[in-house]
Design a protein around this ligand. Structure first.
Ligand code: HEC
Length: 156
């Protein structure tokens, strides 16, 4: 079992319909729907375990980190990174390389990432309303549970 499997999100998925607030539930819908986040952040770990160019390494018109291409030397891997888990995401900072808060990450995705020739086709202008952005960020915060490490990580 995952170390953070008692997050509000997990309790909600387990059938506790009040584990997520109404706003967080709206955020979950956006995460799966309008936000298209599950194109890459999927399954129990919220990662497809694959590499994508989200534009994060592209700033001021140039690439600041080769990403996977440093290993493969493939043009298609330039600026591509492995999809990270989103569990415990509100405990780790800074996010998304150059970005600060989860709210900043939401703004970043809302504008479709930083443009570059290899940008993943799953990223696009989202045009979320302010309320939708707040809900999505609230949902991301709800992915954090009690961190229990070691062999007894399924303790609840
Ligand atoms: C095309 C695949 C893809 C899509 C779609 C996508 N992500 Fe990501 N996400 C990544 C990758 C790859 C990274 C790591 C590189 C980076 O920071 O951009 C990442 C990083 C993140 C991080 C930072 C994690 C950390 O460790 O700091 C957050 C938060 C996040 N994504 C949330 C979202 C949300 C919310 C959406 C939907 C609006 C979304 N992602 C859509 C692939 C994707």
């Amino acid at each position: 079992m995952h170390p953070s499997a008692d997050s509000p999100y997990d309790r909600f998925i387990d059938g506790n319909r009040t584990a997520l607030t109404a706003e967080e539930q709206t955020g979950l819908q956006i995460f799966r729907g309008k936000g298209n986040c599950t194109a890459c952040h999927m399954g129990p770990t919220f990662s497809d375990e694959r590499f994508h160019n989200t534009g994060i390494a592209w700033r001021d018109g140039r690439l600041h980190d080769e990403g996977r291409a440093a290993v493969t030397s493939l043009e298609a891997d330039r600026g591509a990174f492995k999809t990270p888990t989103l569990r415990e995401i509100s405990l780790t900072a800074p996010h998304h390389g150059s970005l600060g808060t989860l709210e900043d990450v939401v703004e970043y995705y809302d504008r479709g990432g930083n443009r570059n020739s290899g940008l993943d086709p799953e990223l696009r202008l989202l045009k979320l309303t302010d309320a939708e952005k707040r809900a999505l960020a609230a949902f991301l915060h709800a992915l954090t549970g009690t961190v229990v490490e070691g062999p007894h990580s399924d303790r609840r």
